[in-house]
Design a protein around this ligand. Structure first.
Ligand SMILES: [Zn+2]
Length: 131
């Protein structure tokens, strides 16, 4: 895998995973993880912290390269420090299959996602300096 792809993957993995956080926060069986995840999204937007929001589907994806199959998920990495909500630097969409291709087969992230991640890395560095 190219160094650049590895670096971008590290940035992607460093984005807080809101769905995982929501499962950790779920306290009672009546709690809806997706509502918790949406509340976490609001918190991160208010604080100006880049994050990953994810929505799994009741269907599977299958990788045409290795046959691997798993739950289809839409990921939305978002950087709330970008004010223009229509900008691809603010939000990109990425499927679990695309993430699988990057992780298992060394594919590049899609172009818009690469640009998003490079820009988000700067926002994360600025946050670290500020705190
Ligand atoms: Zn595969």
């Amino acid at each position: 895998m190219h160094q650049q792809t590895r670096d971008l993957r590290a940035i992607y993995d460093a984005l807080p995973d809101l769905l995982k956080m929501a499962w950790e926060r779920k306290l009672s069986p009546g709690d809806n993880v997706y509502d918790i995840q949406d509340a976490l999204r609001e918190e991160h937007r208010e604080k100006g912290i880049p994050f990953r929001w994810s929505m799994p589907y009741r269907c599977l994806y299958q990788c045409d390269k290795c046959g691997h199959t798993n739950t289809a998920i839409d990921h939305e990495p978002e950087n709330p420090t970008v004010r223009d909500e229509s900008s691809p630097l603010r939000l990109v969409k990425l499927s679990e299959l695309e993430v699988h291709r990057v992780r298992k087969h060394g594919f590049n992230f899609p172009k818009a996602c690469r640009e998003f991640l490079r820009h988000a890395a700067k926002s994360i560095k600025e946050l670290e300096v500020a705190t």
